[in-house]
Design a protein around this ligand. Sequence first.
Ligand code: ADP
Ligand code: MG
Length: 573
Amino acid sequence: MKKLINDVAHVVPDMLAGLAALHPTLSLLQGKNIVLRADARAAAERGEVALISGGGAGHEPAHGGYVGAGMLSAAVAGEVFTSPSTDAVLDAIRAVAGKAGVLLIVKNYTGDRLNFGLAAEIARAEGIPVEMVVVADDVALAANGDHAGRRGLAGTVLVHKIAGAAAACSATLQQVAQVARDAAAALGTMGVALTPCIVPAAGKPGFTLGEGEIEWGLGIHGEAGVERGRLVTADDVAARLLDQIIGDLQLQADEHVLLLVNNLGGTPASELDIVAGAALAHLARRRIKVERAWAGTFLSALEMAGISLTLLRVDGQRLALLDAVTEAPAWPATNGHVADAAHVTVATNAAAPSATSATEGTRMAPDATLRHVIDAVCACLEQAESVLTDMDQKVGDGDLGISMARAAQGIREDIAEWPSEQDPAAVLRAMSATVRRVVGGTSGPLYAILLMRAAATLETQQRIDAAAWAAAFAEAVKGVMELGGAKAGDRTMIDALGPASAALQAALASGARLGAALEATAAAAAEGAQATASMTPRRGRSSYIGQRALGHADPGAHAVALWLASIRDALNA
Ligand code: ADP
Ligand code: MG
């Protein structure tokens, strides 16, 4: 287990201390794991109903992050995934209660019900008006099954918001409790987990999931779900979860809802957005009108990868309460309005003038030598994908194989539109444009300038012969050095390109025939690439790992050696 903590015994107080240190609107109740609104007393004296929620820790930002004007007055945290004690709840009640009383919002777990319930009873005996609302929004479990009742999940946060807004408008305890109960009854949540999570004090996961397995309908305490299945697409996940919630809430077409896409803790924001898009599309297909939608980490299960979806039926009054301002730090700052489908995409500006696409009749002949060479290079790059991926994983980020294969694929797709082999400079320009468009990273722009400079040099040549190509190659390498700033010995593709270009010119100058000159060129590139294994990187991503690159050849240089060898073979065949 690896966690950024100081001591497993201090996870909860340390986390709450950090939260309070970050937010001047929050205070901690001395010596307790209780977060309070800094202005809780003043609010109580104004006659506001106080709202308290909480439960085991591990669901951050719930519940401490929802403390603030317009939401909770206090949040009581137990140990990770352990209900807080009755006395802790009682401490919170006494800290924030005024004449208007206190509403406890409790997620439906036995421990929470008992501790919050008992604290409520004791507080009432002390003369404090207390109401309790239990949230059980989990639709994975049957409403009346043989279990401890449906669990409280991410939808609870919406109850905090709605009740908090009502309390801020000076509603009475009965009114706030009713608004909260109505919201709880209009909620449904279901989730799916891709990985389990590790309770710090336990040190190991509560369940294990095989590669390609997911857990449907899980709880938020690291417990297993109702069903294990194989990994399906984000679209399918969204559809299944939503269909279950829609069925449970008996939502009909044209009804209005709020959608919450909740990160269980370990899901990248990118995947959350993919699921959110899928969920909105599915709701649109089912003709359910989404009035508000948010995606983010609302109620987590430590670092569990996975998501839950929540739907809440809304009307004008509930929307107004959801829209009301709150100071709670974890409530989203955006207004939750959903984009109109018509505005999601805008057309790009008119394409740049295409100097490269040929007019009818002047395209490259399928049997042209140049075409033959380009095909050979593409085949070579496609074949080299996994080797280059492995090499780039050792010293870079592992994308070079994919980048080179993308270049090959882009070239194959575009080549039919390129100009005739009679104008090789125009062909190289077209190739440069394709590479520039489809390849990113470092190698994309470097290959684009390589081809652009070669084209520009060829255009200045009287005759397109071997010497002209050699001159073009030499200028192209210079272009790469200018743009990339690498010199010989920096451990980049230059260490293959430079020796290759020099070898080509030397061979031609000494009167070698083309075949022999290409032989020398490819050999120099291979030797240069091999030599990079003993060079310390000074450019590109490899430079970050320094000496650790030693013993591994530079992938970009190796790629150069490979495609030069494929040109040699194509022309010598
Ligand atoms: P990245 O993923 O780091 O953006 P790529 O994977 O596209 O880069 O390309 C990595 C290769 O690019 C390296 O193996 C090296 O040969 C080459 N390279 C990196 N930096 C330079 C540079 N400044 N000049 C020339 N070549 C470079
Ligand atoms: Mg890379």
